[in-house]
Design a protein around this ligand. Structure first.
Ligand SMILES: Cc1ncc(COP(=O)(O)O)c(C=O)c1O
Length: 355
């Protein structure tokens, strides 16, 4: 099966030798990593992240991947200020499932090629009490779209005007193949309302399960308390391994290598789509990240059934909307398959769309 469904890095992105060596140095260099410790994460990594974001280390909580942090953030916010949760339409499907489990009303806010639509956001902010806005402004999962700088300023202004907290989820921002990065919402706003979340899943390895949150001091302390009550301490061994990678200067070169491997895949997918589906479908062309979004001339669920029978899989668009819209769209991940698999997988999809 050729997978355009897996939002995971290609196996070549993961440098086992490097990580094994870092893990060995980490555990031998600091036996404390084998003990219980602070729920907010490995202190040296926390301090490094704090310095990178220009905040006190106490405002950084290192979580077991970004998704675990999302659960803690959502639980905290919903307890503190009950209300609807605003999400981009489409948005990452796992938070939608978590929010459904938490029994909260989820309100989809329209997007276009430039990302979240500020007018639609303003409308929803005025329509009722919102607990928080969840947004993925850069190389969004699932659409691959990036919020323009102008719109980032508008989103921050709207959040301020309505006093609504924002969770900016940014695991893909550093996985940029070209172009200039826009400022984060967190930088633009100053960090009072915007909590910034990211992860080493896409820049080191998903298996290390190291994500981080930069939150206002009180909220960070409450998220840390939730972490302690859920798992006592996070896995310091993997957090210290990531820190060792950074400390020995290997993070940037490893990231550059990953960028090269993934850019080749992004290019292969865009070229294959242009070759096979120009005039038939339309798609986003992200400057980074893992995904592109395709608007199809057919029902994506029907196409998926036939594609899987022919050995290709992807995720249908409706999985990323709380109301099941997006039926004629699909998320194609270019991160996992090899460039040649990407070519033949797109060719298979195109042949199924032509009949
Ligand atoms: C937007 C977004 N947020 C969070 C995550 C979860 O990442 P982690 O592996 O850090 O839990 C993902 C993973 O695909 C993602 O796409």
């Amino acid at each position: 099966m050729i997978s355009f469904a897996r939002g995971a890095p290609a196996p070549e992105c993961l440098d086992a030798e490097l990580l094994a060596d870092c893990a060995r140095s980490a555990v031998l260099g600091d036996p404390g990593v084998l003990a219980y410790g602070p729920g907010g994460g490995y202190e040296r990594l926390r301090a490094w992240l704090g310095a990178r974001h220009g905040v006190d280390a106490a405002r950084v909580v290192v979580t077991n991947g970004g998704l675990q942090g999302f659960v803690f953030y959502a639980e905290e916010l919903l307890a503190e200020r009950p209300g609807r949760v605003l999400v981009e339409a489409p948005t990452y499907d796992r938070p939608l499932k978590i929010l459904a489990r938490l029994g909260v009303e989820v309100v989809p806010v329209a997007m276009d090629a430039e990302g979240l639509d500020p007018a639609a956001l303003e409308h929803e902010l005025a329509a009722g009490e919102s607990s928080f806005l969840y947004t993925i402004p850069t190389f969004q999962n699932p659409s691959g779209r990036t919020l323009s700088t102008e719109r980032r300023r508008l989103v921050v202004e709207l959040a301020r005007a309505h006093g609504v907290p924002v969770l900016e989820d940014d695991p893909y921002g550093l996985v940029r193949y070209e172009g200039e990065p826009p400022p984060s919402l967190h930088e633009l706003e100053g960090g009072d309302l915007v909590t910034y979340a990211s992860s080493f899943s896409k820049t080191v390895a998903p298996g290390v399960r190291v994500g981080w949150f930069v939150a206002p001091a009180g909220l960070a302390a409450r998220i840390e308390a939730r972490a302690v009550s859920n798992y006592i301490s996070p896995p310091f061994l993997t957090q210290a391994t990531v820190f060792e990678l950074i400390d020995r200067g290997a993070f940037e070169p490893n990231l550059e290598r990953i960028r090269g491997l993934l850019k080749t895949r992004r290019d292969a997918m865009v070229a294959a789509l242009e070759h096979e589906l120009a005039g038939v479908a339309t798609w986003s062309e992200p400057e980074g990240g893992y995904f592109l979004w395709v608007d199809l001339p057919a029902d994506a669920g029907d196409l998926l059934a036939r594609a899987e029978a022919a050995g290709v899989t992807f995720v249908k668009g409706s999985d990323f909307f709380p109301d099941g819209s997006g039926r004629r769209s699909a998320r194609l991940a270019f991160s996992y398959a090899s460039p040649s698999e990407i070519g033949s997988g797109v060719s298979t999809l195109a042949s199924l769309l032509r009949v």
